[in-house]
Design a protein around this ligand. Structure first.
Ligand SMILES: [Zn+2]
Length: 352
């Protein structure tokens, strides 16, 4: 049943049926509406790009603003972090931008988005307080937090202030709070450093596992399965992920396969595609598709990564295909929405 046919029945029951049986092909668990200078895609234009193909989108900006330093770059205003030596800084206003864009929509349009809070500094013990404040200022809007980054090639070292660390108690406060509220968390953390020595163990795997283990109550999506632009899948990457999927200490952890840089590695050869497909077919509940597009200007650009994965889609079982492209998103984000709304009911009065 497609959404249009729900006119035949009425009320909440119809809406539920509509959501469950929509004719959409995929949901997008990882989307940046704005870029590193806080400019981006108009949310109504995004709805047009989603069309009747993309049902729901986890929506966020980028928590970092690239500074335009006239001393460094003169008239060459940078738009990306690699374009200048000037630093990045945390830009909390992004959360208000996302919330107001969401609020500009009708209820039916809003149902297709899960806005996420990103404008906090993960080295700050007060970060959890920022998240609480955003929920209380914009109740009824947000479903989760992230994508926020701890270790990310070239980015981490460019941010003004302390370098983020997986061992920082500030992160523990963030995940403890996310667990308490029911917020989904999307964390970007490169498994390894760029240009690591062949055969050396991935630099951040043990710290990441320890962090995840400390927060069994938080629902956490590890973005890009720990890969990065030049952080290639370390040898046996699939085995590393598989070991975590097998370990019940990580039952609350999911992996997204977003980003064209990640797709580039995963479907680079017939062998790598098959290894990825085998892993997803074995653990179909634990992977989510996402585009990781940043402020795309056209539908073609927006869906590029989705089509890049065509060779992978062909190797998935019908069950796994449905779960990775749609159902895991619906299950995880629906559950979070319910919990966060319930928390807000109890705590929104505190904001005044
Ligand atoms: Zn990322």
């Amino acid at each position: 049943m497609r959404c249009s046919s729900r006119l035949a029945i009425t009320g909440a029951f119809a809406l539920t049926l509509c959501a469950q049986n929509s004719g959409y092909e995929l949901n997008d668990s990882h989307f940046h509406m704005t870029n590193y200078i806080q400019e981006g895609t108009n949310i109504k234009a995004l709805l047009n790009m989603m069309g009747d193909k993309v049902g729901r989108v986890a929506l966020f900006g980028i928590p970092l603003q690239q500074q335009w330093s006239y001393r460094v770059d003169g008239e060459n205003a940078p738009t990306y972090y690699l374009g200048t030596d000037a630093p990045l800084y945390y830009y909390s206003f992004t959360d208000a931008v996302i919330a107001m864009a969401y609020r500009s929509l009708t209820a039916e349009q809003q149902a297709r988005f899960d806005p996420m809070i990103t404008g906090f500094n993960p080295t700050d013990m007060y970060a959890a307080d920022h998240i609480r404040r955003v929920l209380q200022t914009f109740p009824g809007v947000f479903t989760g937090i992230g994508e926020f980054s701890v270790h990310k090639e070239f980015v981490s070292a460019k941010i003004s202030g302390d370098v983020a660390s997986l061992t920082d108690p500030a992160l523990d406060r963030i995940f403890a709070f996310a667990g308490e509220v029911g917020l989904v968390s999307i964390i970007h953390n490169d498994l390894d450093v760029p240009f690591s020595k062949e055969g050396s163990p991935p630099a951040y795997l043990d710290q990441m596992k320890a962090l995840l283990k400390r927060h069994p109550n938080a629902t956490i999506i590890w973005a890009h399965t720990g890969m990065g632009r030049i952080v290639r899948p370390v040898k046996n990457h699939a085995a590393t992920v598989e070991a975590m999927l097998r370990d019940h200490a990580f039952d609350n952890v999911y992996f997204d396969i977003s980003w064209d840089e990640v797709a580039k590695y995963l479907v680079s050869t017939a062998e790598s595609t098959q290894i990825t497909a085998d892993l997803i077919n074995q653990y179909p509940d634990r992977f989510l598709f996402g585009t990781d597009e940043v402020a795309p200007s056209s539908k073609e650009r927006y869906l590029k990564v989705y089509y890049q994965y065509d060779p992978l889609w062909k190797l998935l079982s019908p069950e796994a295909l449905e779960k990775v492209r749609k159902e895991n998103y619906t299950r995880i984000f629906d559950q979070a929405r319910l919990k966060v709304r319930a928390w807000e009911q109890l705590h929104t009065g505190e904001a005044q």
